[in-house]
Design a protein around this ligand. Sequence first.
Ligand code: TXA
Ligand code: MG
Length: 352
Amino acid sequence: MKKTVVLKVDPKAPNPEIIRLAADIIRNGGLVAFPTETVYGLGADALNPKAVLEVFKAKNRPLDNPPIVHVADIADVHRLAKDVPAKAVKLMERFWPGPLTLILKRSEIVPSITVSGLGTIAIRMPKHEVALALIRESGCPIAAPSANMAGRPSPTTAEHVLEDLGGRIDAILDAGPTQVGVESTVLDLTVEPPQILRPGGVPYEDLKEFLGDVALHPVAVANMDYIVDEARSPGMKYKHYAPRAKLIVVEGETIAVINKIKELASMYVDKGLKVGILSTDETSPKYDIGVVKSLGSRSNLLEIARSVFKLLREFDKEGVDIILAEGVPSTGLGLAVMNRLRKASGYNIIRV
Ligand code: TXA
Ligand code: MG
């Protein structure tokens, strides 16, 4: 067991002393969890293979699922990647810092473990003063998957990180809850047209408008149990974001969804199970049994994205056996939310 130090830090103006402390840990091959605008990441020196191995171990993450490498300067992309297409540079200029991860051909300086032996690398520049200060002070790119145990909902607060990784990592930079709440959009630029492998903080619609042509990988939509036979985004094949409780997503026209969830809820309650209902502000008053939680208003997908992982963790804390979740509109950030819910359910989706 390690002693995990929690370092409080101002999200807008991080104290340089604290950042120096955290950067020392990174430079010495240690592990520091830090906030980004999306979720907390578990960081290590991306160019130190031993340190990156420790990240996999701490999270219990399969070695064939590579982390994202975080940079604070576009110039670093050209050290980590090669044959960077003009399109990539335009995307960086438009969307960085921000929740967009680019898949590019990797350069020789990147240790094999950092990319799980692939010929490609995932890179992004986070939009968070603490993350940027940590990368700059460490003087190296920082490899960081989400700072949760593999398979669990991603952490949007330092408390979530501590829950999963306390005693397994060196430090956590605590700057309060994250803003976006779902992870970055992963865009593969090694194929034509570019393809979204994971929907996230930058909406599909924005990329479509900017690029003209962009494809959505079937797994990104996650509306079917798609068999991935090709390890382009190895993370695709693992169960993800899952609470301990069994989760069922009910999708369709709102009234029909409410009725179906009511029917299922009373059936499970009769069986003696503790039922959780993941609803929205507009629908939560309709439910009179189970533990009812609201993601926020259906007209505010930003709010919904921000609360989805937090609420999944709360249901677990309350010892719920089964969660019945309403589908939300899959436009804008809603696509990322639906991808996370569908995956968390293990594709246990009911359409009404
Ligand atoms: O917002 C985020 O992206 C957060 C914060 C911490 O930056 N990070 C994050 O990392 O979500 P992680 O490791 O949980 O997810 C990284 C995703 C995985 O689905 C992984 O399979 C994919 O990126 N990925 C990494 N390298 C890849 C590569 N070379 N080709 C395709 N997919 C890759
Ligand atoms: Mg993750």
